[in-house]
Design a protein around this ligand. Structure first.
Ligand code: COA
Length: 194
């Protein structure tokens, strides 16, 4: 595998996926994926209503946060290697002074249950630990989001807390689990990425 380097504009590569820096020009392709309502069952967001709205969202993401010294946003488009087709997104918010990163991930429902998301998230976590000096990777997950919780547990993440009634959307309360994976645990438990 080519060396992914330490900058944040990197392409990560796994057996079945190419994980490339997200471009605003990816909006039409990703709209076809992200418009699927199944993705949003346990997320506060709704499907983007149009390609233009999604493009504006991507522009905001790629401009980055208002205080870049405190947090860094990195977004990727996930593509299948076989067809080059966009099938999802990965996100990392890095808090450099805390050596901590928060991750998020979305995969096309057409590909759920085949290990693609786990493959992509594993590569992301590996890169955060090995190239970005991160010591803790975290994720915030709705208590009902079994697929996401299974994915994280398979990678070694541990439940560290729950905010009850963290949010209210789609007619119900969302209890939010916080899961965390330390560098030490990753080194002790993970096979090499890819
Ligand atoms: C969360 C999400 C990315 C998980 O996708 P997924 O495809 O279920 O996750 P994985 O890639 O880990 O796939 C795991 C499944 O593939 C199966 N699998 C098949 N081949 C596999 C392989 N080669 N490697 C690993 N798992 C494989 C596993 O057995 C597992 O099956 P199970 O669901 O019956 O337990 C997806 O549901 C999603 O995009 N949800 C909407 C957005 C969202 O909620 N994001 C998270 C916010 S916190």
């Amino acid at each position: 595998m080519p060396d992914p380097g330490t900058g944040t504009e990197v392409t990560l590569s796994t057996r079945r996926l190419l994980i490339e820096p997200l471009r605003t020009g990816d909006a039409p392709e990703l709209y076809a994926v992200l418009r699927d309502p199944r993705i949003y069952a346990f997320l506060p967001e709704d499907p983007p209503p149009s390609v233009d709205v999604l493009r504006s969202r991507f522009e905001r993401w790629t401009r980055g946060p208002e205080r870049p010294a405190r947090e860094v946003w990195i977004n990727w488009t996930v593509r299948t290697r076989a067809e080059g087709k966009a099938v999802g997104t990965l996100q990392a918010t890095i808090f450099p002074t805390e050596a901590r990163a928060l991750i998020a991930y979305v995969l096309s429902p057409d590909l759920w249950g085949q290990g693609y998301a786990q493959e992509g998230v594993r590569a992301l976590v590996d890169w955060l630990f090995s190239r970005q000096g991160i010591r803790h990777v975290e994720a915030l997950v709705d208590r009902r989001n079994d697929r996401s919780l299974r994915l994280l547990h398979r990678l070694g993440f541990e439940h560290v807390g729950t905010e009850v009634k963290a949010d209210h959307f789609k007619g119900g309360w969302s209890d939010e689990h916080r899961l965390s994976l330390s560098l030490a645990r990753w080194n002790a438990t993970s096979p090499s990425s890819g």
